[in-house]
Design a protein around this ligand. Structure first.
Ligand code: SAH
Ligand code: SF4
Ligand code: F3S
Length: 475
């Protein structure tokens, strides 16, 4: 196995998932599209925008490739392996295309943006290439492709946020939804391809975000996750007379929709998360006490080469500040093993910062050089693969211990859990999450509960990844 993540992040756990509509449309569509999404939650949210645009031009969603007139892959470029997966998938579609002449295959998302027209030449099976800021032009591009032309639009925009498009929720559990609050990234971490594939950072109209979350709540959703590559730099300047909206203000506005709507967010950049955000989290019970705070490395020297703009000490002070203001806050991280020039000492610094930060969970990767990034241009990818893998394994092992210890600390505690559905193992058990984003599985017993209900659950046991509990009736 190339990637050794002990917990698959929601992006990768759902990697390659085929989507169908959450609610079947009550009128038949003449044509159908099939979409698979790869990469981060933002790509999944984008697929829901794409679904909305396509429905507007007469395409209904299908989960069945054979039924599709249009097959779309919403792709990710973050690591080489992510791109390999998509290439493999494209060749697999060859068969479906042969069986159904006229079927169009399109590549959307970050790989479309990175490789542009090259995809049309390299992969003879691709008819459409559409970058993340060009989805509004899909209907016109489909028409071009139907007329036998190769259709490409990979223009990046400085202001596109799709604010006015109501996403069509695909494959949703009806309880939790992703809501994009911004696009792009201005950070230029040296290892990262995102600024090139997603363009400049821009914040979406705050009013449209609150409106979308309110509609979701009215439709029965109980949890929204506000999405951006760096949510803490959200900054919306609307009407001239109105005060600009910061991330803390936006969080507050969304939290005020209802005390029974949970609010989550991802991702926080350690350099930008403010006390104001932390205090806002404390003020509202329904803002979940969980922060994803990627460290990437524990060595200040490597952090500088990564252009993360904070040091080890600065990061540790941030973790302390979070624990001081929100003592029960869950904290998770992203870690890269084997970045250019990383020594054993640097690696030990990463292990020790993990230990100190006591992450509940981490997403762990070994460094994968991406063409065109600052690191690819400036540094040599000089750590042998075997060393990268060994270091990653040590990181994974340590996180395994930290996750277990974190779960053991929860034994005996009682949490409010939002029921998300049956547990994977048994229909006799519910599965849900607490505010800290930990999964808790517990027997349904005879209580008349359903998906979307809140329930108090006492933790009676745990594995490395899951808490096990029982319903507390009266406290
Ligand atoms: N915006 C988020 C991260 C987005 S990418 C943030 O700043 O934290 C998700 C994760 O992928 C990153 O946090 C990083 O750990 C990992 N990643 C990004 N580029 C990578 C690369 N070239 N090789 C290995 N991992 C990478
Ligand atoms: Fe990439 Fe850094 Fe932007 Fe995250 S903050 S998307 S790691 S450049
Ligand atoms: Fe991948 Fe693009 Fe997201 S590169 S991680 S899909 S922003």
């Amino acid at each position: 196995m190339l990637e050794l993540s002990i917990e698959k992040r929601h992006d990768e756990a759902r990697q390659g998932e085929a989507f169908g509509p959450a609610i079947e449309a009550d009128f038949p569509f003449k044509k159908h599209f099939y979409i698979e999404s790869y990469g981060c939650a933002m790509n999944f949210a984008d697929s829901e925008v794409v679904a909305s645009i396509l429905q507007g031009s007469g395409f209904g969603a299908t989960k069945n490739v054979e039924e599709a007139d249009l097959v779309l892959l919403n792709t990710c470029s973050i690591r080489e392996k992510a791109e390999q997966t998509v290439r493999k998938r494209l060749t697999e579609f060859k068969k479906a295309k042969r069986a159904k002449p006229g079927m169009l295959v399109g590549v959307l998302g970050c790989m479309a943006e990175r490789l542009k027209g090259k995809l049309l030449e390299e992969e003879k099976l691709v008819d459409l290439v559409v970058g993340p800021d060009a989805y509004r032009s899909l209907p016109a591009l489909i028409e071009e492709a139907e007329g036998g032309q190769k259709a490409v639009n990979v223009l990046l925009s400085r202001d596109e946020t799709y604010a006015d498009i109501a996403p069509v929720r695909l494959d949703s559990n009806g309880i939790s939804a992703f809501v994009s609050i911004m696009r792009g990234c201005n950070n230029m971490c040296s290892f990262c391809v995102v600024p090139f594939t997603r363009g400049r950072e821009r914040s979406r109209d705050a009013g449209s975000i609150v409106e979308e979350c309110t509609t979701l709540f009215e439709q029965g959703y109980k949890e929204v996750t506000l999405l951006g590559q760096n949510v803490d730099s959200y900054y919306y300047v609307g009407e001239q007379a109105a005060a600009p909206v910061t991330f803390a203000k936006l969080l507050e506005q969304v939290a005020r929709i209802s005390p029974t709507l949970r609010v989550r967010f991802s991702t926080s950049h350690p350099k930008d998360i403010t006390d104001e955000v932390l205090y806002t989290m404390v003020r509202y019970d329904n803002i979940c006490k969980y922060i994803h705070l990627p460290v990437q490395s524990g060595s200040s020297r490597i952090l500088q080469l990564m252009n993360r703009t904070y040091t080890r000490e600065w990061y540790l002070a941030k973790v302390n500040r979070i624990r001081e203001i929100i003592p029960d806050c869950g904290i998770s991280s992203d870690i890269i093993a084997g970045f250019c020039t990383e020594t054993e000492e640097d690696h030990q610094d990463t292990l020790s910062i993990m230990d100190f930060s006591r992450y509940d969970m981490s997403y762990m990767y070994f460094y994968s050089e991406r063409p065109g990034t600052l690191a690819a241009r400036r540094f040599t990818d000089d750590i042998p693969e075997a060393v990268k893998k060994r270091r990653l394994q040590e990181i994974v092992d340590l996180q395994g211990r930290l996750s277990r210890e974190s779960n053991e600390r929860d034994l005996g505690n009682t949490y409010t859990v939002l029921i998300e559905g049956n547990s994977r193992r048994s229909e006799l058990d519910w599965s849900g999450r607490n505010s800290q984003s930990k999964v808790i599985v517990f027997p349904k017993q005879d209580y008349p509960l359903k998906k979307g209900d809140y329930v108090r659950v006492k933790v009676t046991g745990c594995t490395r990844t899951t808490l096990v509990g029982e319903i507390i009736k009266d406290e």
